[in-house]
Design a protein. Structure first.
Length: 104
């Protein structure tokens, strides 16, 4: 049984690393989506940055990015903006964020 302990530790460490990486990717993608949505809603400068921050914060409610998409969709709908591109933009930003995190 003691020969498996180092393997168990290695698997636990890998899992923790993978979860941290996923969190960083989702956070970066959420910020990118927030900045894109802010532009779509006519926000600029500090207002756009502040909105992107609220989008990132909304990702802390549930696992995955569904809560982020729901928030941005609701906010854009409230401003009478087209929400159909949000899921595809999030997928694009997830890919971009993954590339950025893995090269950093």
């Amino acid at each position: 049984m003691t020969t498996l302990d180092p393997r168990e530790t290695a698997f636990e460490n890998k899992y923790a690393h993978d979860q941290e990486t996923l969190f960083r990717i989702e956070s970066k993608a959420s910020k990118l989506l927030g900045l894109w949505a802010a532009q779509e809603m006519g926000l600029t400068g500090a207002d756009a940055d502040a909105y992107a921050g609220t989008v990132v914060s909304s990702n802390l409610k549930e696992a995955g990015v569904g809560d982020v998409i729901a928030k941005v969709s609701a906010d854009m709908a409230a401003k009478s903006r087209d929400t159909s591109a949000i899921p595809s933009m999030m997928n694009r930003f997830l890919k971009d964020a993954e590339a950025q995190v893995k090269t950093a």
